[in-house]
Design a protein around this ligand. Structure first.
Ligand SMILES: Nc1ncnc2c1ncn2[C@@H]1O[C@H](COP(=O)(O)OP(=O)(O)OP(=O)(O)O)[C@@H](O)[C@H]1O
Length: 245
């Protein structure tokens, strides 16, 4: 049995002439919180789509808990929050949570989902009337509903205000504290610094650095006290121009 929640081995995916993900090797231990950083076009969303079985790799393999992504999704072991996840028009927050709960074998309690996602006061609100930040929280609720072992979150806190972000990250940390695994992508480097045990920096579809924030700074050759932004720019500037064209 694979003791990793997630494993990508020599995984590649191209779109025409663009090599979005280029021989990516990444293994994520169960119980860890991993942030994936990278400039626009680095391949984060493509890698996440392959992790979830939404996009087949051209070459290489992707396994979740030692099996295929489809098996893990079918078994309710994975919850995901995607950037452009659309909602059923006219449905309420509670409707979509109940819909998600019905898809999973061991769903979380509706009240616990609403609390974790900060939506208790908005349960009866129509999804198409939510603000952008509230809609992100509803996507988080959908991802949490099945009480999955692995949460995969693509730029999850985008559009959330300061209080919503704080509540969101508290919920993520408490989720991970129960031995579950979280992988999230972000452009907010401080979120990676503050909330991830491990940071993976991608550029041009490859891993250019992987470790704690101190290890990332050391690899980039910036001092310990320097911002992660300085390390990020040092690590990604040479390869960033080679992608996203
Ligand atoms: N369906 C597609 N068709 C053509 N090109 C694509 C497609 N999806 C992604 N790409 C290209 O693959 C590369 C990687 O895109 P991807 O969305 O994975 O990057 P990203 O790191 O998530 O970027 P961002 O930070 O802007 O969200 C980009 O050059 C993008 O234009």
């Amino acid at each position: 049995m694979d003791d990793m929640a997630l494993r990508l081995t020599a995984t590649s995916r191209s779109f025409g002439a663009v090599r979005a993900v280029d021989g990516l090797d990444l293994a994520v231990e169960r119980g860890s919180v991993v942030a994936v950083l990278g400039p626009n076009g680095a391949g984060k969303t493509t890698a996440i789509a392959m992790m979830l079985g939404l996009l087949p790799p051209d070459s290489g393999t992707v396994t979740l808990f030692g099996g295929t992504p489809a098996e893990a999704v079918r078994a309710g072991r994975v919850g995901a929050m995607l950037q452009d996840g659309a909602f059923v028009p006219g449905a309420t927050v509670r409707d979509v949570i109940e819909l998600a709960r019905a898809l999973y074998p061991h769903p979380m309690d509706t009240g616990a989902i609403l609390t974790a996602a900060g939506l208790t006061g908005l349960a009866g609100r129509r999804l198409d009337r939510l603000s952008a930040g509230e809609a992100q929280r509803a996507r988080f609720a959908f991802a949490l509903a099945g009480d999955p072992e692995l949460l995969v979150l693509d730029e999850p806190a985008a559009a959330m205000d300061v209080a919503a972000r704080q509540a969101f990250w508290t919920a993520v940390r408490s989720y991970a504290a129960h031995g579950r695994t979280v992988l999230f992508s972000t452009h907010q480097l401080h979120e990676a610094d503050d909330h991830a045990d491990r940071i993976v920096v991608l550029a041009a579809g490859r891993v250019v650095a992987d470790g704690t924030s101190a290890q990332i700074r050391a690899k980039a050759g910036v001092p310990d006290g320097a911002s992660l932004d300085a390390a990020f720019l040092a690590l990604t500037s040479s390869s960033a121009s080679g992608t996203g064209q």
